[in-house]
Design a protein around this ligand. Sequence first.
Ligand code: ZN
Length: 253
Amino acid sequence: MSKLKVLIWNENEHEKIHPEVAEIYPKGIHGTIAEGVAAEDLDISIATMDMPDQGLPVGALDDVDVLVWWGHMLHHLVEPRIIEMINERVNAGMGFVALHSAHHSKVFQRLMGTNCNLAWREADDGERVRVWCVTPSHPIAKGVPQWIDVPKDEMYGEPFNVPKPDDIVFINWYEGGEVFRGGCTWTRGRGRIFHFSPGHETFPVYHQPEIIQVIGNGIRWTAEQHRDGHNLSNLHRPIPLEKGAPTSSRRDP
Ligand code: ZN
């Protein structure tokens, strides 16, 4: 079985400047997620913003099947060429898993085509969240309980200004009263996208096995299912099929 190549990218800034975050995530948020989702079928690499070329030099995504993204403070500093590189790769079939505040990353906004604004509240001691699985038949819900209780997280509430999702897999309820489409999927070109909202940096959300289970499922589901068929390029087809264009192949180049 060939393994899925997964790249987990993290801006890795809170961990360096906020001791309370470093205490929860001594190996970085990326390190905890990587350890959590580790499995036989996944070949996992790490990239962080403090690496050369922000961890994503030219060509870095060429053989990546799924990119996982955590960012918050430094969205505005991500190089535009990286946003375009990811957008191109997603449209060509790479999966993209956007976690928590990645909803406001430039790349997620680029993929959605909206500002992705929402309602939010960062209570000092966090808020209890119940993440309801509303589409239990979805592959991302495999092995996931009917709901996941997260004892403390930042509140993300509706309205969430994104295009209508293909599927809403999770809806969050917060003790403050809000609700949120906390786990949604979209398709762009050949690529699948999943946003999963739990994961504020000051709470140990990514230490919860059910949360990690969802992220692992999200990685496997967003991976391109096959590479048959044409590649959604801008096809110039000057000769109609009925007037002599080759018909021997069902595939376009
Ligand atoms: Zn947050």
